[in-house]
Ligand binder design. Structure first.
Ligand code: AMP
Ligand code: MG
Length: 482
């Protein structure tokens, strides 16, 4: 039976943890709620129907029946520095429920007002950042990348001050759990090993049940987290996604993309691309993401010291590099359309990346065009992407030789076209949707989202979204929390 936001079939889990983990906190109502975006497809999967009063619930002015909203406490390493306490400063867990999809979900309202963990923040999110989170979560999901989901955006004319006056919005987001590495870190640094254990037991029971019977379930859990993190980052690298703020409080214990802030997709390839304007040293640059994943896992592992022998922790972490290489080579194998990956292929891709780096070849368009080249063999079209055409044509020759295997050109091209997306959420596309929304027209959000629901399909009506970005795109800059 379908249900409305008022009637969510609640099924508490996180809120059953000890009260050290959270503080009951009500949303702070805002005037004149309106919906900005509704994800009807996701709602339908869940069995959820948006009623006429949906905006009231999505803004936090009304609550699902029996809901006891709470803010959870966590800490984390921000730009390498341990911050003893962070926590949900503007996100509230308003419901834990079972959907008709058979899954159990945590539902958060992000931007619903101050919490005991807001520190100096106002507990709010602006329309701009809410649109960014909404579109990116859904874009990544449809690219097949693990992520939290976005169900809706609601807005209010209430003023929120950032660099200028903006207006408030709330994203309703969903995940099997929003538990972060930082939740473990908080209790470790507080000297509460019993809470570290309680949380690990909870995560295993609900999210890694396969670890329960291992000789050390906590070690088995860590191994799972390591494996999922490598898979996640390999996906990011393959699609050219830069997270922007890979602090440990933004790292999901389930290996999901979490907390969309100053993220960005690569346009022209630049290995050292920094999408976050505030990240002056490029700690979270595109090519740093894999090793930052490991750094962050070290922080998580340290917090598990009460549960796992140090040597076993280090042994688990020592597998990261190899796991990442396996995961990334799997992505590259598919992007290149090979049946199998061989060691020499690393040289082939490294040489390609060097050529792309020199010309800042558009990441997405290059791979898509290569997927067509396999059938059409239009060397000229591809080599146009490179300043040094001769060098590229030599590379193409090597690639051609490498594609002599059992796979037919038709099959190869078809598979590559389901791996190399035509449509990604380019920064400038989000910017256009934001500008229109700020002027009161939300239709571009919907149009863009519809397109990105099928990123691998040809969509003639959306051809414009697949073009090279305009010149002004390179001047866009995004920085931390908004
Ligand atoms: P972020 O880097 O956006 O993931 O946020 C880091 C920390 O700052 C988290 O604890 C957030 O809850 C908190 N935070 C970010 N923006 C705000 C805000 N406007 N009001 C209160 N807390 C915030
Ligand atoms: Mg965060």
């Amino acid at each position: 039976m379908a249900f409305t936001l008022a009637q969510l079939p609640l099924s508490p889990r996180f809120s059953l943890l000890h009260s050290r983990f959270w503080i009951e906190t009500l949303p702070t109502p805002m005037p004149a709620p309106h919906t900005v975006a509704l994800n009807h497809a996701l709602a339908e999967e869940l069995g959820l129907v948006f009623g006429d009063d949906a905006a009231d619930f999505l803004l936090g002015n009304r609550l699902p029946q029996d809901s006891q909203p709470l803010a959870s406490v966590y800490s984390g390493h921000q730009f390498g520095v341990n911050v003893p306490q962070l926590g949900d400063g503007r996100a509230l867990l308003i419901a834990e429920f079972c959907g008709l999809d058979g899954a159990h979900w945590e539902m958060q309202l992000k931007g619903a007002g101050p919490t005991p963990f807001s520190r100096r923040g106002d507990g709010r999110a602006v329309l701009r950042s809410s649109i960014r989170e909404y579109l990116a979560s859904e874009a990544l999901h449809h690219l097949g990348i693990p992520t939290t989901r976005a169900l809706a955006i609601a807005g209010s004319p209430q003023a929120v001050w950032r660099e200028t006056r903006e207006t408030a919005a709330v994203v309703t987001r969903l995940a099997p759990t929003f538990v972060r590495f930082g939740h473990f870190e908080y209790f470790f640094y507080q000297g509460e090993p019993e809470r570290v254990r309680e949380l690990a037991d909870w995560v295993i029971a609900h999210h890694y049940p396969q670890c329960r019977d291992a000789s050390n379930p906590y070690l088995a859990m860590l191994e799972q987290v390591i494996s999922r993190t490598t898979t996640l980052i390999a996906h990011w690298q393959a699609v050219g996604f830069c997270h922007g703020v890979m602090n440990t409080d933004n790292m999901s214990i389930l290996g999901l993309t979490l907390d969309y802030g100053p993220y960005g997709f690569l346009d022209g390839f630049d290995a050292g691309h920094i999408c976050n304007h505030s990240d002056e040293n490029g700690r979270y640059a595109y090519n740093q993401q894999p090793q930052i994943g490991l750094w962050n896992l070290h922080c998580l592992a340290q917090s598990l010291l009460p549960l796992i022998e140090k040597d076993a922790l280090l042994a688990a972490l020592s597998k990261y590099q190899e796991l990442f290489e396996v995961a990334f080579s799997e992505q590259l194998r598919a992007k290149l359309g090979f049946a199998e990956w061989i060691e020499d292929d690393w040289t082939l891709v490294t040489d390609l990346f060097e050529l792309m780096q020199t010309t800042h070849t558009d990441w997405t368009i290059f791979w898509r065009t290569l997927s067509h080249w396999v059938l059409q063999r239009n060397d000229g079209e591809l080599s146009d992407f490179f300043a040094d055409r001769m060098a590229f044509l030599q590379w193409l020759q090597r690639y051609k030789q490498r594609t002599v295997d059992d796979v037919t050109d038709e099959e190869r091209s078809k598979k590559m076209l389901t791996t190399n997306p035509k449509y990604i959420l380019r920064n400038y596309l989000v910017e256009i949707a934001i500008q229109r929304a700020q002027a009161g027209d939300f239709s571009e959000i919907e149009r863009l989202q519809q397109c990105l629901t099928h990123p691998f399909d040809e969509q003639p009506e959306h051809e414009n979204y697949a073009k090279l970005p305009p010149n002004w795109a390179s001047e866009l800059s995004v920085s931390c929390s908004s």
